[in-house]
Design a protein around this ligand. Structure first.
Ligand SMILES: [Zn+2]
Length: 465
């Protein structure tokens, strides 16, 4: 009778208890009614409440104690699927304890298990989101039973309202409840990077997922990458941006043409030197990545310059803590205004250095060109503010802190625009052979998304960031 009520769907599996035995049925999902019927077949592993039981369980589960992290790493390293050996309810801690085949124990709060139920009535597998509502969640709910599938690849939790929650072992193993464990492998650099600049080939990135992943992870960790072999025609910065994720639209459009013009709407459209800066500090949602494609280089000048905003910020903190503090504290307005084409007037205030909730440097916003004339600070402090900026500007332009090279036609550079400063030396405007670059911007959301998708596709872990 139970079998008749099974509804075949295209993913996941459920555990079916038949005649006292448990077997795992693939590609089968239970309807709500059959789930309720199944859950009435009581499960044996309901523990009695009591704190000492939980302690005993943990001790029993813990096995060889806490050399567990290394075992987990070995497990992950060899790519083995995690298997569940035991699962128990601990009433005193209001958690389900799961013992793994690698000797480790994980704990999952009752309310978390119910709120994250992956059954068809609680979770939409195609839309990847919860159907269950917070208003229906009983935060004090306690399970009536927990059962491990014979293969150890899944547990099912039974609830007093006859609801049944299946959880795959791989999903549970991926949940750590640790405080932010995402590791950043940021590599700080100075002029020495020139000899080991991460360099990639356009056609390989366009056609090979592993090459694309390597490129994006270099961009994430180093913040500056060079791509060679990009066709020297317009439209390629758009192609690469779409291969990664999407172009971020800015005031002037999706792709900006950088040429010296008779009537420039931006200082970048002249032959003047551009000091080291970040782009779009006048935006709340500052572009995460700037991509520059060299189609035609100037005959004289126009060398590109780069500096690591994080490394130089830390250096400033070391050398001149007072200046560093001023640049952390003061929120400077940046503006951009255009009266030539599309009318816009963007403005935003940023400190030079901002930090994440752990106190680590998160963003650098530095641009002399677009700093507003209005400074919202006591007039007596203006001199000290400029002194701090000048100190930092001297520091970032030191030879040991800058990477300078002349981009060739067919080169594309991508920089982390909230960390790396970029600029260019003045160039001679030559009629008939104008320096011609295309520029586009991307968001880190799109880049991180592509990294996660690629890592998932290539069978690599990605939960650490
Ligand atoms: Zn459910």
């Amino acid at each position: 009778m139970l079998v008749l009520m099974l509804r075949v769907v295209d993913r996941s599996r459920s555990i079916l208890k038949v005649s006292g035995g448990v077997r795992c049925i693939r590609n089968v999902r239970l309807s709500r009614k059959s789930t309720q019927m199944l859950s009435r077949t009581s499960l044996a592993s309901r523990s009695n409440d009591g704190s000492n039981l939980c302690t005993q369980n943990q001790r029993a589960f813990s096995g060889d104690g806490l050399g567990l992290q290394s075992q987990f790493n070995q497990h992950a390293a060899r790519g083995a699927k995690p298997l569940i050996k035991q699962a128990k309810i601990c009433g005193s801690s209001k958690m389900v304890l799961v013992g793994w085949d690698d000797g480790t124990v994980s704990r999952y709060p009752f309310v978390w298990l119910r709120a994250n139920c992956r059954c068809n009535t609680c979770w939409h597998h195609d839309a990847y989101g919860r159907i269950s509502l917070m208003e229906d969640l009983d935060i004090d709910i306690e399970p009536t039973g927990v059962k491990v599938s014979t293969q150890g690849s899944e547990i099912e939790i039974h609830w007093p309202d006859n609801h049944l929650s299946p959880f795959e072992a791989s999903l549970l193993k991926d949940v750590t409840f640790k405080e932010d464990v995402r590791k950043k492998n940021i590599r700080l650099w100075g002029s020495e990077l020139l000899d080991e600049l991460p360099t990639h080939q356009f056609d390989e990135i366009m056609s090979d997922d592993t090459k694309l992943l390597n490129f994006l992870e270099d961009l994430r960790d180093v913040g500056l990458t060079l791509m060679k072999g990009v066709p020297t025609e317009t439209g390629n910065v758009e192609k690469i941006a779409e291969r990664i994720s999407y172009i971020k639209r800015v005031n002037n459009g999706y792709v900006l043409t950088l040429k010296s013009k008779a009537n420039p709407s931006n200082i970048a459209d002249t032959g003047f030197k551009l000091g080291l800066h970040t782009d779009f500090s006048h935006h709340y949602h500052t572009a995460g990545i700037t991509a520059l494609h060299c189609i035609q280089q100037s005959t004289i000048g126009g060398e590109s310059m780069f500096a690591d905003g994080f490394k130089t910020a830390l250096q400033l903190k070391e050398e001149n803590p007072a200046a560093f503090q001023i640049l952390c504290d003061f929120h400077c307005d940046f503006i951009q205004k255009n009266k030539h084409k599309t009318e816009f007037y963007t403005k935003c205030a940023w400190p030079t250095f901002s930090f994440d909730r752990h106190g680590n440097l998160a963003e650098v916003h530095y641009d002399h060109t677009s700093r507003d004339i209005r400074l919202r600070m006591p007039v007596e402090k203006v001199y000290q503010y400029f002194k701090a900026i000048k100190t930092y500007d001297d520091l970032i332009h030191r030879p040991e802190n800058t990477v300078n090279f002349r981009m060739q036609p067919g080169d594309m550079v991508m920089v982390n625009n909230i960390r790396i400063l970029h600029g260019r030396k003045a160039f001679q405007v030559t009629e008939g052979a104008e320096r011609h670059f295309e520029i586009a911007f991307l968001d880190w959301d799109g880049v991180y998304s592509r990294i996660r998708c690629l890592r998932e596709k290539l069978g690599m872990p990605f939960h650490e960031y």
